[in-house]
Design a protein around this ligand. Structure first.
Ligand code: NAD
Length: 299
């Protein structure tokens, strides 16, 4: 006849076995920390370039997720930033506008300090601001190339590094999120220096992810496809001029020919992915660039 000894009794009976750490529901060594609803109600984020377009949708979505928001943009878009702040306050969250050019490190440092004193400790930086330009490679001036990299690459570096230093000084985990693009995976002709800058965002994101992991800071990027914003109005118009198409025809042609899901993206499509990247469900994701393009590039 088989003799069954309960596992608990066996464990308790042997002094040597008792020394081996056991998997219990309470032991800190075995328990993963997930953000509790209470914690997720008191978070702050900076969203750059959020007076309009994708950045605005991200700022509003993160506010709905429970974040208080520093709404950043350049002085030319101050009124847009102020109206985003009002919308966020109407959602019952705190927000304030901060005008800063992300390509200027000192201005980014001032923005992070202002966010901490206005909203409290920083949790998430969304380095969304970017510029585009339609121009053939051989027509680019030194200044064209320089400005593209100052905003799209130095801007992301300034935001990642300044936010990371703040998070480390707070001794808190956090999230750095950058904006790449489908052209960071496969360039579009006539958007080549823009494409190269968005490849650099992927590279920076991967490198930051490696160096920040030990500080419990995750670093990811999102890569939108063809989103109906002011940026695509410009691309549509400029590509249209070169190829002899009327306003609105280029974005329609690209949508019909390239997007598997058959519709142009809206900023809220992107904001949903950033909501995931800035929330507790992505805590085991780092160094990734997530495409949100309706099926243009397949990884
Ligand atoms: P947008 O032009 O509508 O908005 C960009 C915002 O960034 C503007 O409010 C602008 O004033 C701000 N900005 C520009 N330079 C800045 C600076 N130096 N400092 C601070 N703010 C600055 O464009 P969007 O379509 O909303 O683009 C947002 C991000 O998404 C950009 O990084 C862009 O490259 C990227 N993106 C857009 C698309 C698209 O199809 N629209 C596709 C892929 C990636």
């Amino acid at each position: 006849m088989a003799c069954r000894i309960p596992a608990r009794a066996l464990w308790q009976s042997s002094p040597r076995l008792a020394l081996i750490p056991r998997v219990t529901s309470q032991g800190p060594r075995w328990t993963r920390h997930y953000t509790t609803p209470a914690e997720s109600q008191n978070r702050t984020a900076i969203v750059t370039g959020s007076a309009r377009g994708i950045g605005k949708a991200i700022a509003l979505r993160l506010a709905q997720d429970g974040y208080d928001i520093c709404v950043n943009d350049i002085p030319a878009n101050k009124s847009g930033a102020e109206s985003v702040v009002s919308e966020i306050k109407n959602l019952g969250r705190n927000a304030f506008p901060f005008m800063a050019d992300v390509s200027n490190l000192q201005e980014v440092e001032n923005m992070v300090s202002a966010s901490v004193s206005e909203l409290g400790p920083l949790n998430t930086m969304v380095a969304n601001a970017g510029i585009a330009q339609v121009k053939a490679l051989l027509d680019l001036t030194e200044q064209d190339l320089k400005r593209m990299f100052e905003v799209n690459v130095y801007g992301v570096y300034n935001c990642y590094s300044t936010a990371a230093k703040q998070l480390i000084s707070q001794s808190t985990p956090g999230k750095l999120i950058g904006c790449s693009s489908i052209v960071g995976f496969k360039p579009f002709p006539l958007l080549s220096h823009y494409s190269a800058s968005k490849w650099a965002v992927r590279g920076l994101t991967q490198a930051f992810a490696m160096e920040m992991a030990r500080h419990k800071i995750t670093v990811n990027a999102y890569a939108p496809g063809i989103v109906g914003t002011a940026m695509w109005d410009l691309i549509d118009e400029e590509l249209g001029k070169i190829d002899g198409r009327k306003k609105g025809e280029t974005i329609k042609k690209y949508t019909d020919e390239l997007i598997a899901l058959g519709r142009t993206s809206v900023p809220e499509d992107v904001a949903k992915v950033v909501s995931f990247l800035s929330g507790p469900d992505s805590e085991y994701v780092t160094g990734q660039t997530l495409l949100v393009d309706g099926g243009i590039i397949f990884t």
